[in-house]
Design a protein around this ligand. Structure first.
Ligand SMILES: NC(=O)c1ccc[n+]([C@@H]2O[C@H](COP(=O)([O-])OP(=O)(O)OC[C@H]3O[C@@H](n4cnc5c(N)ncnc54)[C@H](OP(=O)(O)O)[C@@H]3O)[C@@H](O)[C@H]2O)c1
Length: 388
């Protein structure tokens, strides 16, 4: 059988590197057609030498010359700028597009994959938050499949297979609770970047790690789950489960609850999205519940983690609401990581921005991108006003 041809966008990030480990172990049956990075050209060049893709893309065009120098002797086509990803997503030879880019920057490539009838292995959460409805519709119209990579959505996707869509009564997303689960509202006032980047369970890129600390990440998962599984927001719950062994659960109308379990390792959900509908042996370490001993659960504290409450509200709002929520968060997280604002300011900035926004419903891509740009300006102006 012809090997499946895979393009990995964001191959130098946490998900991208894990995907390469998974594919390396899967071996024959899968070929890497394309890889991309934003600016980590040394690592991208190393990956290109090992996996020999036909294309490499560097989305920050300033880095294309250094990349050309690094790969001068290799038979590979180099593409520069964000359009490189959309070009690759349209290639006939590409079967699967794995979007492991961080931020809304992943949206155009995800849409291109959906428009071109590809299998979209969607790790990039922000594109599902901003344009989940549009992505789902585009995929449906063009015979594309959107397969979740995020561990929680993958768990729901797997558990859903135990019954029909009509038999599902609710979905329950689990959350580790992040590094500040036990912190008081007062403790959180002065947390440092280093503390916020120290996730108790998952090893991830910096943006999603901060999102986990604020629980914006879980809010994004609620919004994404609403679109991915066509599930009313009222039928989505969040349950804090600090051990992160149960990756999420689906409750059926008869009261049966089906969960998917595994060690907190992204290799398993990545692999399932790549091999679906098959399951094959892979590199994921086996779960030994006797070694884990005990699994615990608690309700999320919506007063302490206001971003999660806001996420539910924004999911209900729909239209441009999630795009504004996401863009305000992207800017605020960048500011926090650069040491220019406090941790608590992240959620304050999002709340302020969402509060000022007049939501538009039934929106086009252009309107979603306008809302994104508006929110970025709004947060920047708010920060300038605070400084002066
Ligand atoms: N990490 C996880 O375990 C995890 C779990 C579930 C979902 N996700 C989702 O997966 C996505 C990736 O997360 P991650 O943790 O892998 O992030 P990451 O480690 O920060 O990696 C991000 C990747 O995107 C590239 N990139 C950065 N800015 C870009 C831009 N403007 N345009 C195109 N590419 C850009 C980076 O290239 P450079 O290396 O050159 O900067 C890198 O390859 C996020 O949406 C996240 O929410 C991640």
């Amino acid at each position: 059988m012809k090997p499946k041809q895979i393009a990995i966008f964001g191959s130098t990030g946490s998900i991208g590197k894990n995907a390469l480990r998974v594919l390396d172990a899967l071996g024959a049956g899968y070929e890497i057609v394309a890889l991309s990075a934003h600016s980590s050209v040394e690592l991208l060049a190393e990956q290109a030498r090992k996996f020999k893709p036909r294309f490499v893309a560097v989305t920050n065009a300033d880095y294309v010359e250094p990349l050309r120098k690094l790969l001068g002797d290799l038979d590979v086509e180099i593409l520069a700028g964000p359009d490189g990803l959309t070009e690759i997503a349209q290639l006939d030879e590409v079967d699967i597009v794995l979007t492991a880019v961080v931020g809304v920057a992943g949206l155009s490539a995800a849409l291109a994959a959906a428009k071109n009838g590809k299998i979209l292995a969607a790790a990039n959460k922000e594109s599902l938050v901003v344009a989940g409805e549009l992505l789902r519709r585009t995929a449906k119209e063009n015979g594309a499949a959107v397969l979740p990579v995020d561990s929680e959505h993958s768990a729901i996707f797997q558990a859903m297979q135990a019954g029909s869509r009509q038999e599902v009564s609710k979905i329950i997303l689990t959350a580790s609770g992040g590094p500040f689960r036990k912190a008081t509202a007062e403790d959180i006032q002065n947390v440092t970047v280093q503390q916020a980047l120290c996730h108790p369970v998952w090893d991830m890129g910096p943006k999603v790690t901060i999102d986990s600390a604020t629980m914006v990440n879980k809010a994004c998962e609620v919004i994404a789950a609403h679109w991915l599984f066509d599930m009313p927001v009222e039928k989505i719950e969040v349950l804090v489960h600090p051990e992160s062994i149960i990756h999420s659960l689906v409750e059926f109308v008869d009261g049966s609850v089906i969960a998917q379990l595994g060690l907190p390792d992204m290799c398993l959900p990545i692999q399932y999205a790549l091999t679906y509908p098959e399951r094959v042996a892979g590199i994921a370490e086996r779960l030994r519940l006797d070694e884990i001993g005990k699994l615990t659960f608690e309700k999320p504290d919506l007063e302490k983690f206001r971003a999660l409450a806001l996420g539910f509200e924004v999911a209900r709002m729909g239209g441009t609401g999630p795009a504004v929520f996401n863009a305000a968060n992207e800017v605020a997280v960048q500011e926090f990581l650069a040491g220019r604002i406090k941790f608590v300011n992240i959620v304050e900035l999002i709340e302020n921005c969402v509060g000022k926004h007049n939501v538009k419903r039934r929106v086009s891509l252009e309107e979603l991108l306008e809302a994104d740009a508006w929110a970025r300006r709004e947060v920047s102006e708010c920060l300038k006003a605070k400084k002066s």
